[in-house]
Design a protein around this ligand. Structure first.
Ligand SMILES: *Cc1c(COP(=O)(O)O)cnc(C)c1O
Length: 378
């Protein structure tokens, strides 16, 4: 089946007695045993639930993995996956990561005895030079958040596997519609399902998708033990979102391209970070490993006053955190997603008081451009 069809029919094996077309919300915490010692698929919803299992089967097929596990948020997925690693484990991670992931690695996992090196994972030689006998994994986000750096997944995978490491890729920004890291050699894919997969800015969710059944089994073990599982109703909402993922991504991709070019044409805009520009450092790698550019654009304006004005004046764009939904959002990473990153590091990387990030939605492009024009002028 092709991707668009899989979004609707990946798991048509519902086996329910009513013949429901849509997987119902199976709102039950527990399940009646069929008999003493009789094995059944479901016993308790922390372990597994029919609505969640249906969604997990869909996501596993979309990413091409052996299995997917659905969590109550992206951070719950990442936290649980980190349980694969023990004390003294060393991980090499992208320095440009989602702020919550950085906080987890630095302030929780490090305290628990793991160690991290944060580097530009676009630089394979640098990643290679940091591998030591305790290194267990490479963790990357590509494109990265918010600087849109592109790492070569196939190259990282081959480096990881030569050294017996796992490659973990956060694929939230491009989704499997545009990029399938497991096909490129990654071992685990992470998602904040809150973003494009759900797509409607209304539900938190997360996923870990494992390439092999062995790895999946370990993640399932930690997931059911830790208990940060996705609720049945939320599973239903994410599944519903996925049905229109390809349509939304196509519109978002087209809108983003026009907005990125508009931004680049403004004299008040000093720099635009967008992976669809042919002169983007990662353009060639993107063309090789992805089939679209997604909807994320960061940019730097000439002054803090202008950045604040844009946030104050926009009317169609909403000034809000998060990304990946049908509504276009704009955020101020310095104050929101990256507020916990040390100031000097943030500044060095260009995440300053003039730096804004846009998540493009599916509105009519005319309204989006008009909104930006009036916000820049006002
Ligand atoms: C939002 C986000 C996360 C965290 O997901 P939540 O669902 O908010 O917990 C992780 N990675 C990326 C790239 C994200 O954008």
């Amino acid at each position: 089946m092709e991707f668009e069809t899989l979004c609707l029919h990946a798991d048509n094996n519902k086996k329910d007695e009513w013949g429901t077309l849509t997987m119902p919300v199976c709102q039950s915490a527990t399940f009646v045993h069929k008999g003493v010692g009789v094995q059944s698929d479901y016993s308790y919803s922390r372990l597994s639930n029919p609505t969640r299992a249906h969604l997990e089967n869909t996501v596993a097929r979309l990413e091409g993995g052996a299995a997917a596990v659905a969590f109550s948020s992206g951070m719950a997925a990442i936290t649980t996956v980190m349980k694969l690693f023990k004390q003294k484990a060393h991980i090499i991670a992208s320095e440009d990561l989602y702020g919550g992931s950085l906080r987890l690695f630095r302030n929780v996992n490090t305290v628990e005895g793991m160690s991290f090196d944060f580097v530009d994972t676009c630089d394979i030689a640098c990643v290679k030079s940091l591998i030591n006998e305790n290194t267990k994994a490479i963790y990357c986000e590509t494109p990265s958040n918010p600087l849109m750096q592109v790492s070569d997944v196939a190259q990282l995978a081959s480096l990881a596997h030569k050294n017996g490491l796992l490659l973990i890729v956060d694929n939230t920004f491009l989704t499997p519609y545009f990029q399938r890291p497991l096909d490129l050699g990654a071992d685990i894919v992470i998602h904040s399902g809150t973003k494009y997969l759900g797509g409607h800015n209304d539900t938190l969710a997360g996923f870990a998708v494992a390439k092999t059944p062995e790895l999946a089994e370990k993640i399932v073990y930690y997931a059911k033990t830790i208990g940060a599982c996705l609720a049945p109703w939320d599973s239903f909402l994410i599944e519903r979102g996925i049905k229109t993922l390809p349509l939304r991504m196509d519109r978002i991709n087209a809108n983003a391209k026009i907005i990125a070019e508009w931004l680049r044409g403004r004299k008040e805009v000093k720099k635009v970070y967008y992976i669809g520009f042919e002169d983007h450092a990662g353009y060639k790698v993107t063309k090789k490993q992805a089939s679209g550019f997604g909807g994320m654009i960061s940019f730097e304006v000439e002054s803090k006053a202008l950045a604040e004005n844009v946030l104050k004046n926009i009317k169609v764009f909403q000034y809000a955190e998060s990304l990946g939904g049908v509504e276009s959002l704009i955020t101020y990473p310095m104050l929101q997603t990256h507020a916990d990153v040390p100031v000097d590091e943030r500044e060095r990387r260009g995440i300053n008081d003039r730096f804004l990030r846009i998540s493009v939605g599916i509105e009519n492009i005319k309204d989006l451009i008009e909104d930006l024009e009036q916000a820049f002028k006002a």
